[in-house]
Design a protein around this ligand. Structure first.
Ligand code: NAP
Ligand code: ZN
Ligand code: ZN
Length: 368
């Protein structure tokens, strides 16, 4: 099949292949089966058959237009692992049959200072998100990993350590790198007390990674059912954040706090945990603002920062780190057809700790 891309030079035909996907046509509509076009691999491209795709809370925020920038139809999914089915003639890193992974970005300008520094996520031109970004090849917008296959420039495709269980590796591509990057940037390690707020997909990866980096880890959760489980994941202590007495235990004592909460909450309660010169880094991205009191920051010279996913080389570094330390996500496998129910459970914090879609379910006869 051919789609026609309009450019300054005129209409350019691009050969494409139709694949099955799951997506939504509107913020208030359920996700359902639809067909999308994938370009035939260019000489620099890798074509991947998607075997598993993790379900990130960002997928839900985007499908429901909670960040007010969604283009429909929207096919989410940016925790992708699969098998290489074809490579372009100039591809050197991958061959047919290899395992491969794709995270939150599929391209960037490759020329700006940030791209040159391995900070492609902050590309001056804006990185090309795996979904919901302009598609420079087809002239439409990008579609994510809730699909049978994807075609990506090899510079944005990652290698998967072969000792890790494949399905449980998928969530590393967003939940893993999004927590690994700030933990590294803020030099989290031995001798430090680190708070992790929100024990969801990102939070549970942060616990595993911060422990592997040598820190003492304290988990803050709103869910009674996760208190004991947090210790199994490696936490040294757990605070039920609804209990004021428990919340007071580490006031002014933590070196670093990573906040991975997906909904509105009181950020000042967590800033107050920091010791002098401590930092709270926000990775959770609630729809509403988080009001900050001046006196949560000033008296202890505290810092309040944000962090977005991670660069491509850093994502590979994180995957290799996880391979070395045998770290994967705790997952609950679902069929593609269960995605709407999974979103409802995600909203209730009811997943231990990441849904992963078995993409074989999408290939089933009459799927949808
Ligand atoms: P998730 O699995 O749904 O986890 C979010 C956790 O937040 C829940 O498990 C729950 O933990 C806690 N929570 C939920 N509602 C809450 C509320 N009303 N008050 C207090 N705590 C609440 O989500 P995720 O996939 O880990 O993503 C977390 C956030 O990070 C999302 O906003 C997502 O969009 C964002 N994100 C950002 C980046 C980035 O680059 N910065 C990348 C990926 C995702 P407890 O049950 O333990 O309280
Ligand atoms: Zn994500
Ligand atoms: Zn750039």
């Amino acid at each position: 099949m051919e789609t026609v891309k309009a450019t300054a030079e005129g209409a350019v035909p691009v050969k494409t292949k139709e694949v099955k996907a799951f997506g939504t046509e509107a913020a208030d509509a359920a996700l359902e089966q639809l067909n999308i076009q994938r370009r035939n691999p260019t000489p620099q491209d890798v074509e991947i058959e998607i075997l598993y795709c993790g379900v990130c809370h960002s997928d839900l925020h985007t499908a429901r237009n909670e960040w007010h920038s969604t283009v429909y139809p929207c096919v989410p999914g940016h925790e992708i692992v699969g098998k290489v089915t074809r490579v372009g003639s100039h591809v050197t890193k991958f061959k047919e049959g290899d395992l491969a992974a794709v995270g939150c970005m599929v391209d960037s300008c490759r020329e700006c200072d940030y791209c040159n520094e391995g900070l492609e996520q902050y590309c001056s031109e804006g990185n090309t998100g795996t979904y919901n970004s302009p598609d420079t090849h087809l002239g439409t917008h990008t579609f994510g990993g809730y699909s049978e296959g994807i075609v990506v420039n090899e510079g944005y495709v990652l290698r998967v350590p072969d000792n890790l269980e494949l399905a449980a590796t998928a969530p590393l591509l967003c939940a893993g790198i999004t927590t690994y990057s700030p933990l590294k940037k803020w030099n989290v390690g031995p001798g430090q007390k680190v708070g992790i707020v929100g024990l969801g997909g990102l939070g549970h990866m942060a616990v595993k990674l911060a422990k592997a980096m040598g820190a003492e880890v304290i988990v803050y959760t709103t869910s009674l059912s996760k208190v004991e489980d947090a210790k199994r994941l490696g936490a040294d202590d757990v605070v039920l954040s609804k209990d004021a007495e428990q919340m007071a235990k580490y006031t002014g004592k933590l070196h670093f706090v990573l906040d991975a909460v997906s909904a509105q909450h009181d950020i000042n309660a967590y800033l107050n945990l920091l010791r002098v010169d401590g930092s709270l880094v926000l990775v959770g991205a609630p729809e509403q603002p988080l009001p900050t009191a001046a006196f949560s920051l000033i008296p202890f010279r505290r810092s309040f920062a944000g962090s977005m996913i991670g660069g491509i080389a850093e994502t590979q570094e994180m995957l290799d780190f996880c391979g070395k330390h045998n770290i994967v996500s705790d997952i609950e496998m679902i069929d593609m057809q269960q995605i709407n129910e999974a979103y409802e459970r995600l909203l209730k914090g009811d997943v231990k700790y990441r849904f992963v879609i078995d993409m074989a379910s999408l290939k089933k006869e009459n799927a949808g």
